[in-house]
Design a protein. Structure first.
Length: 428
C-alpha cells in the first residue's frame, strides 16, 4: 500500500467534503444506499464465500455470526444508513459563543477531524457504517478490514464507489479508500502515518486493540474489549435478572456488549441461581465459584440437564474472571455486598458496559456513580450499548477511554471544534 499517495488523495477529498452542504452529503449517501440495494445479491454471495472459508478454518460459530450477513442484517445496514441521512449535520454547529472583553466575537464551531483510519475485524457492516458516519461528518476515511471479511468488504466497496459516482458533483469519490491488501505492513503504515491520518480507530479483539494502542504514533480513539458484568443485588427481581442474563449472554455471545460474568449477592444466591440455571437451560457453560457450584449443580440436576450435559457446569478458575469469552460461557461468582461487587467490577472490567439488577433506588444510584464504565445499566441488558439502539443509526465502535469520546460513537465522535474570532481592529 502506498500510504503517501492514498492519504494525499484522501486529504484532498476531506478538504472538498468539508465544504459540502448537508443536502449534498445526504444526496451522495442516498445514492450509496441505492447502489447497495442494487448490489445486494453480489454482496451476500461474496459474504457466503467468507463465511464458508471461516467455517473451513473451524472458526467458532459465535465469531462466524459476527461475520455473516443475511437479508435481515442487510436491511439493518440500509436502515442505519437512512437514520444517518436523517440525522442533524453536526458540521458548523455553534457549540458556544461569547464576546471577549476587548469586544471581539468568539464562536466555537464543530468541524471534521479530517482523514480517519479504521482497522477492524470481521463485521462487514462496519464498512458501510464507518464510511457513512465519516461522510456525513465531512471526513475522508481509510478502511482496513480483516482477511476473514475481504470478499464482503470488496463487494461493499464497489457499491459505495458506484453510489458516489452516481451522485455526480455531490459524490466525493476520493473521500473513501478500502485497503484490500492482506499485508500486516499496511497496518503499520497506517499507525505511523503522522500528519497524513488524523486519528485511528481500532475495532475488534483485545489483541487488535492492544496492538494498535501500543504501536500507533497517530492519535487513537480507543475502543475496548467487552468484559461486561451483571450484578444481582439482594433487592433485585430474580426473574428479571435471569431473563436479562439470558439476553445479555445468548443473543450475540460474540459481541463486545455481551456479559461475561454474573455476580450475585450471597443473600439471594440460593434463590436466584436455580432460576438462572433453568432459564439458560444448559445452553451456556457456567463457570462457577465454590459457593455457586453446588447450588447450580443441584438446580441443573433437578432440571434434568445434569448429568446428561456435564459440560454445562464446571468449577471456575481464577483466570475465568475478567476474561472475554466471546462464546456461550458465563462465569458466576458471589459477593457479600454492593460495595464488594463494585470493587470487583472496577478491578476486572474493561470500562465498557455494566449492569445492576435491583429494586433499591439508592443501590442503583450508588452503582451508577461508583462503577467506572462507559455505559451503566439498571435493570436492563448490556446488549443495548450500540449506536443503533442509542439512536445514532450506526456506530464507529464503543469508546472505553475518557478523552474526546466515550461509549457508542456516532457522527459527533468524528468532529472537533475550532474557534472563529471576529474583530474590528483590536490589538493586545
Amino acid at each position: 500500500m502506498d500510504i503517501n499517495a492514498i492519504c494525499s488523495e484522501l486529504r484532498k477529498g476531506a478538504e472538498k467534503l468539508a465544504l459540502h452542504t448537508t443536502v449534498q452529503k445526504n444526496h451522495a449517501l442516498g445514492c450509496v444506499k441505492q447502489a447497495l440495494i442494487e448490489a445486494r445479491q453480489d454482496i451476500l454471495s461474496a459474504n457466503a464465500k467468507d463465511v464458508a472459508a471461516a467455517r473451513a478454518k473451524n472458526t467458532s460459530e459465535a465469531l462466524v455470526e459476527r461475520l455473516a450477513l443475511d437479508d435481515k442484517k442487510f436491511d439493518s445496514i440500509l436502515s442505519a444508513l437512512e437514520v444517518i441521512i436523517a440525522q442533524k449535520d453536526p458540521i458548523g454547529e455553534e457549540v458556544a459563543g461569547w464576546k471577549a472583553p476587548k469586544g471581539m466575537t468568539i464562536r466555537q464551531v464543530r468541524v471534521p477531524l479530517g482523514v480517519v483510519g479504521i482497522i477492524y475485524e470481521s463485521r462487514p457492516n462496519v464498512t458501510v457504517d464507518a464510511f457513512s458516519l465519516a461522510y456525513k461528518s465531512g471526513n475522508a476515511i481509510l478502511l482496513r478490514g480483516s482477511s476473514s471479511a475481504l470478499c464482503s468488504n470488496q463487494a461493499i466497496a464497489v457499491a459505495i464507489r458506484d453510489g458516489l459516482a452516481a451522485a455526480g458533483h455531490d459524490g466525493v469519490k476520493n473521500s473513501f479508500y478500502l485497503c484490500e491488501s492482506l499485508s500486516h505492513d499496511d497496518v503499520n503504515q497506517m499507525l505511523t502515518a503522522v500528519g497524513k491520518i488524523d486519528v485511528i480507530l481500532p475495532r475488534g479483539s483485545a489483541r487488535l486493540i492492544n496492538a494498535v494502542v501500543e504501536n500507533a504514533k497517530v492519535p487513537v480513539i480507543q475502543t475496548g474489549a467487552g468484559v461486561c458484568h451483571m450484578y444481582v443485588d439482594d433487592g433485585g427481581d430474580i426473574t428479571i435478572a435471569a431473563n436479562i442474563a439470558k439476553n445479555a449472554k445468548m443473543q450475540r455471545p460474540g459481541a463486545c456488549n455481551a456479559i461475561e460474568t454474573v455476580i450475585v449477592n450471597k443473600r439471594i444466591a440460593s434463590e436466584f441461581l436455580p432460576v438462572l440455571a433453568k432459564t439458560l437451560n444448559g445452553e451456556v457453560q457456567l463457570r462457577a465459584d465454590e459457593v455457586c457450584f453446588p447450588v447450580l449443580e443441584g438446580a441443573l440436576k433437578n432440571c434434568g440437564i445434569l448429568p446428561d450435559n456435564e459440560n454445562c457446569l464446571v468449577r471456575a478458575r481464577p483466570e475465568d474472571f475478567g476474561f472475554e469469552f466471546l462464546d456461550y460461557i458465563l462465569a458466576v461468582k458471589t459477593v457479600d455486598s454492593l460495595d464488594e461487587a463494585i470493587t470487583y467490577i472496577n478491578t476486572h472490567n474493561t470500562k465498557h458496559s455494566e449492569c445492576i439488577i435491583t429494586n433499591n433506588r439508592s443501590h442503583a444510584r450508588e452503582f451508577q456513580a461508583r462503577v467506572d464504565a462507559a455505559c451503566i445499566y439498571v435493570n436492563a441488558s448490556t446488549r443495548f450499548t450500540d449506536g443503533g439502539e442509542f439512536g445514532f443509526g450506526a456506530e464507529l465502535g464503543i469508546s472505553t477511554q475518557k478523552l474526546h469520546a466515550r461509549g457508542p460513537m456516532g457522527i459527533t465522535a468524528l468532529t472537533t471544534t475550532k474557534y472563529l474570532i471576529d474583530g474590528d481592529g483590536q490589538i493586545r
